[in-house]
Ligand binder design. Structure first.
Ligand code: MG
Ligand code: MG
Length: 266
């Protein structure tokens, strides 16, 4: 069952999402060769608690940490380790917060130092595919329109779209109905309507779309060992149009980078 949100509830959800956004901004300054994902995890947990929030992943389905940190061929659900990041790595940082009874959940994939142009292209296309999906979040459209927009953009570049994991509704629970696949057929699936709030999170692989789970019971990695990228926003349908509750502004500010035009000009 889908829980549609009122405008007041969506404003509360924006507060939760923005705690995650600011957390990602703080981490953006720390991500460099030599830093370990576990160190990033501690920084995030401290910041979230200082804001009066609760790290939402910690203990969720018994996950052991605040962040999911997924490096290179790791797609999602990576457990933060002590292994230092290296120049040329990419790391997806996925973070959830519970604040005032409402969840926020979003993710950004960061470059560690200078990265290979192929990796840069993967990050750019995955980010673009997220926003192409968001653009379809218009009342009257269907979930298949969202998935198809993401899939078409990624596959146009020869990338694999992960199908085993999907985005989701979000609200008073971290994972609510509906499921939000990153693939689909235009005009198919649930109709989108006012008050829907979903986390859209394309997971795009440089090579095959196939993934496997590691023995730790969490980490999802690409079957061919090629890198994977992941970006996630919380998106509400307000006045019939998509409204992004989370923001990458803090990340770009911390990195000293200008966001791409399709983000800056929204
Ligand atoms: Mg997430
Ligand atoms: Mg999510």
């Amino acid at each position: 069952m889908i829980h549609y949100k009122t405008k007041e509830e969506i404003e509360l959800m924006r507060e939760s999402a923005l705690v995650v956004s600011r957390t990602l901004g703080i981490l953006a300054k720390e991500i460099k060769p030599g830093v370990s994902p576990l160190e990033l995890d501690k920084i995030a947990e401290t910041y979230i608690r200082d804001q009066g929030g609760i790290p939402a992943f910690l203990g969720l389905y018994d996950f052991p940490n605040t962040l999911c940190t997924s490096v290179n061929e790791h797609v999602v659900h990576g457990i933060p380790t002590k292994k230092p990041l290296q120049e040329g790595d990419i790391i997806s940082i996925d973070c959830g917060v519970l604040l005032n009874g409402w969840y926020g959940d979003h993710a950004f994939t960061f470059a560690v130092g200078d990265i290979d142009p192929d990796m840069r292209m993967l990050l750019d296309v995955t980010l673009e595919s997220l926003y192409k999906g968001i653009d379809q979040c218009v009342a009257g459209n269907r979930l298949g329109d969202v998935g198809a927009a993401i899939q078409q953009h990624a596959e146009k570049h020869g990338y694999g779209v992960v199908q085993e994991l999907v985005g989701h509704g979000i609200g008073k629970s971290m994972h609510e109905d509906p499921q939000v696949p990153n693939y689909g057929r235009p005009g198919k699936g649930k109709k989108l309507q006012e008050g829907l709030v979903i986390a859209i999170e394309p997971m795009i692989n440089m090579g095959t779309r196939r993934v496997v789970q590691l023995k730790d019971g969490w980490s999802i990695v690409t079957k061919d060992g090629l890198p994977s990228a992941h970006f996630e926003h919380d998106v509400a349908i307000v006045n019939g149009k998509p409204e992004i509750l989370s923001t990458f502004d803090y990340v770009y500010e911390a990195l000293g980078e200008t966001p791409p035009d399709f983000i800056a000009n929204r």
